[in-house]
Ligand binder design. Structure first.
Ligand code: IMP
Length: 496
């Protein structure tokens, strides 16, 4: 006989939070939204902590390099979409890793024997006017000088003029030494009124540049999610259960910090094999999440395969028609509550904490707080991010409204066969997602400020200044359909 789960499967709109005691410490400035991304043992620190509990969906319409940079700069993490050729995805990862946050490898280099014409052509090609002059013209050759736009006048100087005639020679440069911290480098920049500080090794080889403008922008992005050692932005990448033997090495070489197997139904032997292969091949050094699942059995199966985090959610995504097409899924709130209990039980039993991610279906900002309060460690969103300038899709005007395109990975448009078939060779026979528009919402940063402000205010009402406190102390109630009506403006005539 089939197993019946008698509890109704519910979603976030059916719940509300009941305020707890708001102490004087409970003010938004004191709220810390840091949260673990990957598994850790009791007493250890996770290899990656997010500074805000948001990751972006593994989707063509959401997570390219541009969005990944913007999100990491705000403290979250993007998973670059995997429904593209391996090399194209690896290139997106490289682009994020090269982003200038702190120490950067110079991408514009020439030798002293090059000419002003070469300088002008290079500056035009890269868009950068600071050029490292090295003995062999490579980014890590022996540093002989520096050229900036202040060293020449294109209208007056001869294009044939040699770089060595107008560069600032090494002897006149202020340089930093490898091993210097970003704070120290910035101090030198400040003390010497520099725009660029070249960092060299003991043999005078150029290793990095530190730019003044990065210092300023870092101050404007205090939550930036950086690799502690090389100061690159963190980025994730989606993978599938078919070409992982090719894709994973390319992504790891490109510098991906974490991977995630992307599947609408992750409770499968294909997924287990993929995770086990990665763990074995890299001796456990490469981090990889799994999913999606909606119950404790699925959670434990992936955890035992070695998943570093587990994504929860089937059928709740805004563009998703999986429930209609296949009849599988579960109300997102119930799925999170159930899987969070399994995570806590596993932690108690093994001393290993495996974070869970609530993926899909978050509509209002308070849904995010509910998902966290119910036990999610972080949240994956597609629609939310697709609305911003930074998402890769076109902005269009329809009637009087600006919209952006947003389509599911299981739609014909995404042609993402791997995600939706069952690991064999057959191609997609039906769609699990739609092609749609979402209301354009402007810059990511402005929207995140509002959303995070609301989340912090709600947490303060619940008497919690960390996500862990929220999970421990939240009081949650189910609402009736009539009380939902009562919750909106009612019995008034709204002014336009
Ligand atoms: P949203 O934040 O509600 O828009 O949901 C985004 C999530 O929907 C993604 O992270 C995926 O888990 C899921 N998803 C993406 N594409 C499809 C699809 O075509 N069908 C079903 N689910 C999808």
């Amino acid at each position: 006989m089939a197993i019946y789960l008698n509890d109704v499967s519910r979603t976030f709109g059916e719940y509300l939070l009941i305020p707890g005691l708001t102490t004087k410490q409970c003010v938004p400035q004191n709220v810390d939204l840091k949260t673990p991304l990957v598994r850790f043992k009791t007493g250890e620190t996770p290899a990656i902590m997010l500074n805000i509990p948001f990751v972006s969906a593994i989707m063509q319409a959401v997570s390219d390099a541009g969005l990944a940079i913007a999100l990491a700069r705000s403290g979250g993490l993007a998973f670059i979409f995997g429904s593209q050729p391996v090399e194209a995805q690896a290139e997106m990862v490289r682009k994020v890793k090269k982003f200038k946050a702190g120490f950067v490898t110079s991408d514009s280099n020439l030798t002293p024997e090059h000419t002003l014409a070469d300088v002008v052509a290079l500056a035009r090609a890269t868009g950068h006017t600071t050029i490292g002059i090295t003995d062999d013209g490579s980014p890590n050759g022996k540093l002989l000088g520096l050229v900036t736009s202040r060293d020449y006048r294109v209208e007056k100087d001869s294009p044939d003029c040699k770089v060595k005639e107008f560069m600032t020679p090494f002897a006149k440069l202020t340089v930093g030494e490898i091993g210097m911290s970003l704070t120290e480098a910035n101090q030198v920049i400040w003390d010497h009124k520099l725009n660029t500080l070249p960092i060299i090794d003991k043999d005078q080889n150029l290793v990095y540049f530190v730019f003044r403008k990065d210092y300023d922008s870092h101050k404007n992005n205090p939550d930036e999610l950086l690799n502690a050692n090389n100061k690159t932005l963190l980025v994730g990448a989606g993978i599938n259960t078919r070409d992982y033997e090719l894709r994973v090495p390319a992504l790891v070489d490109a510098g991906a910090d974490v991977l995630c197997v992307d599947s609408s139904d992750g409770f499968s032997e294909w997924q287990s094999s993929t995770i086990r292969w990665i763990k074995q091949r890299y001796g456990g050094q490469v981090l990889v999440g799994g999913g999606n699942i909606v119950d404790p059995e699925g959670f434990r199966y992936l955890v035992e395969a070695g998943a570093d985090f587990v994504k929860v959610g089937i059928g709740g995504g805004s563009i998703c028609i999986t429930r209609e097409q296949k009849g599988i899924g579960r109300g997102q709130a119930t799925a999170i509550i159930d899987v969070a209990a399994a995570r806590d039980a596993y932690f108690k039993e093994s001393g290993v904490y495996v974070p869970i991610c609530s993926d899909g279906g978050l509509v209002h900002d308070y849904h995010m707080v509910l998902a966290l309060a119910m036990g999610a460690d972080f949240l994956m969103m597609g629609r939310y991010f697709a609305r911003f300038d930074e998402s890769p899709t076109k902005k269009l005007k329809i009637g009087n409204n600006y919209v952006k395109e947003y389509w599911g990975e299981g739609s014909n448009r995404a042609q993402n066969w791997q995600r939706y078939d069952m690991g064999g060779t057959e191609t997609l026979k039906f769609e699990e997602g739609v092609d749609s528009y979402v209301h354009y919402a402007g810059k990511m940063k402005d929207n995140l400020n509002v959303t995070l402000g609301k989340i912090k205010a709600t947490m303060c009402s619940c008497g919690a200044i960390t996500i862990a406190e929220l999970q421990k102390n939240a009081k949650i109630t189910i609402v009736s359909s009539t009380s939902i009506v009562e919750g909106g403006a009612h019995d008034v005539m709204l002014k336009e």
